[in-house]
Design a protein around this ligand. Structure first.
Ligand SMILES: Cc1cc2nc3c(=O)[nH]c(=O)nc-3n(C[C@H](O)[C@H](O)[C@H](O)COP(=O)(O)OP(=O)(O)OC[C@H]3O[C@@H](n4cnc5c(N)ncnc54)[C@H](O)[C@@H]3O)c2cc1C
Length: 335
């Protein structure tokens, strides 16, 4: 891999990083987390221009191309020594995940497994152990790919992103963070500090299922994440038998790789709200979700196949959420 020449700056604290970014507002400066996306993006061309990859023979939609062509890079600011960006913590009624938390840390955390199960599923299905050890949660979100494996569950779990600069702090819903493939609302002097989640109701179940051409080291062809919250049981008997009510109070369903950015299918979630969860309502919600998907055809799969698989994956992930919410049994995710 041939990298261009660049300067390198490694601050030791968040205030130091923010001051430096304010003083050096230059589009050639990039923030470096684990580098598993950025270093690949800025490397020199290893494939000669004359080479025409097989994927270019397929019809492409307007958003399929790598969004913003990466601007020439003249300096990388590394976040690896900034302690304020690391770690998972419970803070009152909120769960906070620092942007530099690695994907492997997310995957292994019992707190994430228990409270944000869908995010734990996403982390476990990203890349390979090597990539998960190096790659960060913040990097996966800021890279803004429509298929990013932690972004889709983050959207379904209503994660809020805390963006900081020396001007102060602002909080952005994940749904408003990505504006196009590879583009976000981040200003050039801003850093993603952490992602904050409300502690879920005990009757909530969440999950993420990814369909890809291989089991690992593969970007998803379709991803489906959901979070379902159920009404409390009406009787003590129901509670004792493990049935804590089967009426959906809140439903959020998010899709990956079928739109220019991670897609929240509000219509499918609205349909389930207030309804009894059963095979028919799950199937109808899945059909609505498939209707909202806008996939393209590329080398990973055709638009028609992707749409069909949205329906299958959403139905499966809804059932997985129901099982997790009502019985506490976390069935193995298996596509
Ligand atoms: C072999 C391989 C396989 C992969 N497989 C998958 C996969 O299956 N699924 C998947 O979703 N991804 C996959 N990826 C992509 C990548 O590993 C993830 O997106 C990873 O989480 C990126 O994190 P990072 O720390 O390496 O980010 P970096 O590459 O360091 O940064 C990515 C982008 O985010 C910006 N950024 C990073 N942190 C911040 C911050 N705190 N504030 C502001 N901007 C920031 C950077 O400037 C850059 O633009 C794969 C990559 C490789 C090389």
């Amino acid at each position: 891999m041939r990298l261009p020449r660049f300067d390198y700056y490694s601050p030791n604290s968040l205030p130091e990083a923010l001051t430096w970014l304010t003083e050096h507002r230059d589009p050639g400066i990039k923030i470096l987390a684990g580098g598993t996306d950025l270093l690949v993006d800025i490397r020199g061309k290893v494939i000669p221009d004359g080479h025409r990859p097989r994927c270019q023979q397929h019809r492409r939609g307007p958003w399929s191309a790598r969004a913003a062509a990466v601007e020439p890079v003249n300096c990388l600011m590394a976040l690896s020594r900034v302690p304020e960006l690391r770690g998972i913590s419970l803070d009152g009624s909120r769960l906070r995940i620092g942007a530099m938390t690695t994907i492997a840390e997310l995957e292994r955390s019992p707190v994430i497994r228990e409270l944000l199960t869908g995010l734990s599923d996403g982390a476990a299905q990203l890349g390979s152990p090597l990539v998960r050890n190096r790659g960060s949660y913040g990097g996966n979100l800021c890279n803004a790919r429509p298929a990013a494996d932690t972004a889709i569950p983050t959207l379904s779990l209503a994660g809020k992103l805390v963006l900081v600069s020396s001007r102060g702090e602002r909080i952005v819903d994940h749904g408003d963070f990505v504006t196009a493939p590879g583009a976000t609302v981040l200003e050039s002097d801003e850093i993603l500090k952490e992602v904050v989640f409300d502690i879920p109701d005990e009757r909530r179940g969440s999950g993420y299922i990814k369909l890809a051409n291989r089991k690992s080291l593969e970007i998803s062809m379709v991803g489906a994440a959901a979070a379902l919250t159920f009404e409390p049981a009406e009787s003590g008997a129901g509670r004792r038998s493990g049935e804590r009510g089967n009426i959906v109070r809140e439903a959020r369903i998010a899709l990956g790789a079928v739109a220019p950015k991670p897609l929240l299918t509000a219509e499918a979630g609205e349909y389930l709200k207030g309804r009894k969860f059963d095979p028919d309502s799950a199937a109808e919600a899945a059909r609505i979700a498939a209707d909202t998907a806008r996939p393209i055809t590329d080398h990973r799969g055709s638009a028609g196949y992707r749409k069909m698989m949205v329906e299958v994956l959403v139905r499966r992930v809804l059932n997985l959420c129901r099982d997790r919410a009502l019985t506490g049994v976390a069935r193995e995710v298996n596509v």
